[in-house]
Write a protein that binds this ligand. Structure first.
Ligand code: N01
Length: 496
């Protein structure tokens, strides 16, 4: 663990500007972005990262077959486009390398305190007092929470899990010391992760068992390579590269992002048609029946894969649909009485998506405890600020846009918005700013009303729904998101 960096940029104290200190929590995609943007404003900052390297979800996930199903050229920062992606959709290690490179090139790495977890944030008249697990304490005017959503593994409490004699781990904690070739491998789950694992592991295994609780719709998408000539052309002509980004972006926003907002939309009907047609490539009628969902396509996050169906039809592969009863030393016992013997068991069982900054304790103005405020479900005005927690801003916070599109663009728009709020503090217009309770209530009511037309509420269970069954995401159009993020409406904020 290193001390807080000594070479933090000191705010030169531009005339009329208050010198500010900011803490960024998390050094994944959003934390790196926030640090870059705070540096540009010459704000003194420290980044707190509990792990020992940057990259967030792209550091945590190293499982075989990991890739991003968002077009790579769009899944980049607007200020650091990358002409060198190999394919339409990039592999996980390449994305991690991209974030490491940007963090290094933009001077973020020396600002990071690695290997120590922020455990407490408490607000008082002097700002935010930050405490870490190692006992380090510091004070900040501004806190930016960039702790991610898909971060805390969901480990189901299967009876007998601890008795399993093979290797068992969550997909986001892959144990690379465990041999896979020629082994009997089981994967629990059928989300995007499990689909990629199936494609990567079925052909390598002695036997591959996919334990499915709910079938998924699988959208086909080829993943063509970019030729050396195309890459050279993008390097030589940034305008051509940007045109590609905008083309990839429009295609997704006009298709998928519009489809999910209205379950009667022609875009959704088209997605369904493509998924059904794709399912027809499964030859065995019984396997095809068991792979057929009984809910609308895109109700759960769409799995995007050109090779999942091929992999599950591999001679080594088996789709297990009898429910898991318990784990035994030799493998998984299912309700039909079968013992599925395994050497390796990977739990691709998703994440606890309602944690955000928690388990850190966050105490706002007047002793307000974020755990109490979020006792039912987490919420934040426009996903970025919570009433009673001044100068504490969230990236990819509660009900932020999620889906098969670029979360980097989402974060950049959120950063652009909250930097305008921070500008007000820097200019001395106010010392603290947070949304009013009325603004949050109005936003939430409208958000929940819009949710009623979305595909997410058409009869499936997914991590897109909170425990009340309300979508925990942005339920308006992406255009509206972009519009809202253009500039804060100060009437919705309380300043002091
Ligand atoms: O997790 P999930 P994920 N018994 O929550 C099953 C992003 N991502 O890691 O559907 C049996 O989607 C659960 O079953 P059910 C992307 O945003 C992106 O796959 O609830 N099964 C489900 O099948 C994605 O949405 C990419 O019935 C149990 C699975 O586990 C998000 O990460 C790649 C169970 C969990 O699916 C999460 O995806 C990978 C139990 N007790 C991830 N508990 C790309 O860009 C859970 N399950 C390509």
């Amino acid at each position: 663990m290193n001390d807080v960096p000594k070479d933090r940029i000191e705010d030169a104290g531009s005339p009329g500007r208050r010198p500010l200190r900011a803490a960024v929590i998390g050094a994944g995609m959003a934390g790196i972005l926030a640090a870059v943007k705070l540096r540009e404003r010459n704000i003194d900052l420290a980044v707190f990262e509990k792990a020992d390297s940057v990259g967030g979800t792209w550091r945590d996930n190293t499982y075989p077959g990991l890739a991003c199903d968002v077009a790579a050229h769009w899944y980049t920062y607007s200020f650091a486009r990358n002409p060198d992606w190999d394919r339409l959709m990039a592999a996980g290690p390449d994305i991690r390398a991209y974030f490491e490179r940007v963090a290094a090139e933009r001077g973020v790495l020396p600002l990071i305190r690695f290997g120590d977890e922020v455990t407490r944030l408490e607000y008082d008249a002097a700002g935010w007092q930050l405490t870490t697990a190692a006992g380090y304490r510091d004070r900040f005017d501004i806190v930016i929470v960039a702790t991610g959503v898909l971060h805390h593994p969901n480990i189901p409490q299967f009876e007998g899990l601890e008795t399993f004699e093979g290797a068992v781990f969550h997909s986001a904690r892959w144990d690379h010391d465990v041999p896979l070739d020629g082994k009997r491998i089981g994967v629990v789950g059928t989300g995007s992760t499990a689909a990629q694992l199936t494609s990567a592991l079925a052909p390598r295994s002695a036997h591959f068992s996919l334990f499915q609780r709910t079938p998924q719709w699988v959208m086909p998408r080829p993943n063509p390579e970019y030729s050396p000539e195309e890459k050279a052309a993008f390097r030589a002509d940034p305008a051509a590269l940007e045109a590609l980004v905008q083309q990839l972006r429009s295609k997704t926003l006009e298709g998928y992002a519009t489809a999910v907002l209205d379950y009667d939309s022609p875009q959704l009907a088209e997605i369904e048609r493509l998924c059904r047609e794709h399912l027809e490539t499964v030859r065995d009628p019984d396997l095809r029946r068991r792979l057929t969902p009984d809910y609308r396509a895109a109700c759960k996050r769409l799995v995007i894969s050109d090779d999942f169906y091929r992999a599950i039809q591999h001679p080594n592969a088996e789709l297990v649909t009898s429910p898991i009863v318990r784990i035994e030393p030799a493998g998984i016992r299912t309700a039909d009485g079968t013992l599925h013997e395994l050497d390796v068991l990977a739990l691709a069982t998703g994440f606890l998506v309602d944690r955000f900054i928690r388990p850190a304790k966050v105490i706002g103005r007047g002793g307000l405890d974020l755990d109490d405020v979020w006792a039912e479900v987490p919420s934040a005005y426009l996903s970025v600020t919570v009433p009673g927690f001044p100068n504490l801003f969230m990236l990819n916070g509660p009900n932020s846009p999620v889906g098969n599109f670029s979360l980097i663009e989402v974060s950049e728009r959120q950063v652009g918005y909250l930097m305008q709020l921070i500008d007000g503090v820097q200019r001395g217009d106010y010392r603290e700013v947070s949304a009013t309770p009325e603004a949050l209530d109005r936003f939430e009511a409208e958000r929940q009303e819009a949710a009623k037309r979305t595909v997410w509420v058409t009869g499936c269970n997914s991590w897109y729904l909170d425990k009340r069954g309300v979508p925990s995401s942005w339920t308006f159009s992406f255009d509206r998101f972009a519009q809202e993020m253009t500039a804060p409406k100060m009437a919705d904020f309380e300043t002091r």
